[in-house]
Ligand binder design. Structure first.
Ligand SMILES: *Cc1c(COP(=O)(O)O)cnc(C)c1O
Length: 429
């Protein structure tokens, strides 16, 4: 890293563990000595404080589907800001956002706003337990649902990268209620239900896994998960924190035509401000306090600034859907990367669903956590470094997605494909 970032990192490390407020930001898993520090973002670009410019494929880890600072967002935020920052009391904009979510996301009849995806997933699981009166949950290995205690069992992302699938500080009594089965493995899911079916409150799944790198659901997988849950009276929770408004306005449930009982949202629906949401059938949602016995609350839930940014972003996506254009651009990227891999005779494989993609440094196919972990993370580290040097910021971990935003032009994609070619070539040396 350059001078100013290095200096700031030294200061940061004295007062913030590893100098960052979320682990992957430290760039540790790609062998860098420290991260760059951001000065600002504009459109498809991120600028660090040393004046370097990067094409941004991290996009705040998903929220920025319209790129940085898209035209109109600032005005929406300024208007909201003119009315204050937080009230802890109901507003019309919250209702408008909830109405938009219920209208757009097929399975939602009611929804509650929270402040993060972690909170959404924690709340959805508590609600599922309260509704069913059962205590176990089933998750899939390599899926990430935020850092709630119940989910830190084979959790992908940071966990996968750092080789600590189970976090210290999580009581075994609690993690023992979470069963993890391999993604895309319906036989394992059937077996788990055969063993524990009567006590399983819910199955939670990323309908497209994007936190062990991108792993698409095998044909029929989500449908079978849906059927198994229904057979055993367990709720199906789709964690659409990444896929919501990413694959389609109605998320993966619209894209694949599967109806979950509960849905978690976050990231895009806050337009870059802190937000989360969970929702589903009215009969279930009415179990929430103060209507029902399941407690859930938040001082900043439905924060006016988050809601303003969310409304702006979702209205843009619904009124002028960019999904075909995103698909076309992501496909170009995929095709370019694939050609580079083939021309260099590299052992790599690529997974893509819509505007989410991951280049794995393994011959593949990558269909679950075990196959994702076959990847050569040292080679990925070299690749990351090569891309960064060529002005392209991809996630600083093998087990993450590249996010394509509408701010990327065809020319930028061409430059990215060329940077990819050169970076892959340097990996071979
Ligand atoms: C990011 C993410 C979360 C957690 O959201 P936070 O806002 O970081 O708490 C949960 N689930 C999935 C699928 C995510 O990608």
């Amino acid at each position: 890293m350059d001078k100013l970032s290095r200096e700031l990192f030294a200061r940061a490390c004295k007062v913030i563990p590893a100098g960052v407020n979320s682990p992957v930001r430290a760039f540790r898993s790609v062998g860098e000595n420290g991260p760059f520090f951001v000065g600002r973002g504009e459109g498809a670009y991120l600028y660090d404080i040393d004046g370097n410019r990067y094409l941004d494929y991290v996009c705040s880890w998903g929220p920025l589907i319209l790129g940085h600072n898209p035209p109109g967002l600032r005005q929406a935020l300024e208007e909201a800001l003119g009315r204050g920052t937080s009230y802890g009391a109901a507003t019309g904009q919250e209702v408008e956002l909830a109405e938009l979510l219920v209208k757009t996301v097929p399975s939602l009849e009611m929804v509650r706003l929270v402040s993060s995806g972690t909170e959404a997933a924690m709340s959805a699981v508590r609600l599922a337990r309260g509704f069913t009166g059962r205590s176990r949950i089933i998750k899939f290995e390599g899926c990430y649902h935020g850092h709630g205690d119940s989910f830190l069992v084979k959790a992908g992302s940071g966990g996968a990268t750092f080789g600590v699938p189970d976090s210290a500080g999580v009581p075994a009594e609690l993690s023992g209620l979470t069963l993890a089965v391999p993604y895309n493995d319906t036989a394992a899911l059937e077996q788990a239900f055969a063993d524990w079916g009567e006590s399983v409150a819910a199955v939670i799944v990323e309908p497209v896994a994007a936190n062990m790198g991108v792993v698409p659901p095998a044909p029929g997988f989500l449908q079978e998960v849906r059927e198994i849950c229904s057979n055993y009276g367990a709720l199906l929770i789709f964690d659409e924190v990444i896929t919501g408004f990413r694959l389609a306005p109605g998320g993966a449930q619209e894209y694949f035509g599967i109806t979950p009982d509960l849905t978690c949202l976050g990231k895009i629906i806050g337009g870059g401000l802190p937000v989360g949401a969970f929702g589903g059938r009215a009969e279930i949602m009415k179990q929430l306090s103060p209507l029902g016995p399941v407690y859930q609350a938040g001082t900043l839930s439905g924060n006016p600034l988050s809601v303003a940014a969310g409304l702006f972003t979702l209205k843009s996506l619904v009124e002028d859907p960019p999904y075909r254009e995103l698909e076309r651009k992501a496909q170009r990227l995929e095709q370019g990367f694939r050609e580079n891999i083939a021309n260099l005779g590299l052992k790599a494989s690529l997974n893509r669903v819509g505007s989410l993609l991951t280049l794995f440094f393994t011959g593949g196919p990558v269909t679950d956590f075990a196959s994702a972990r076959q990847s050569d993370t040292a080679a990925f580290g070299k690749y990351f470094h090569g891309m960064l040097q060529r002005g392209v910021f991809v996630a600083p971990s093998q087990f993450e997605a590249c996010f394509v935003s509408t701010a990327l032009t065809d020319e930028m994609i061409g430059l990215t494909v060329e940077a990819n070619r050169q970076s892959l070539e340097s990996c071979l040396k």
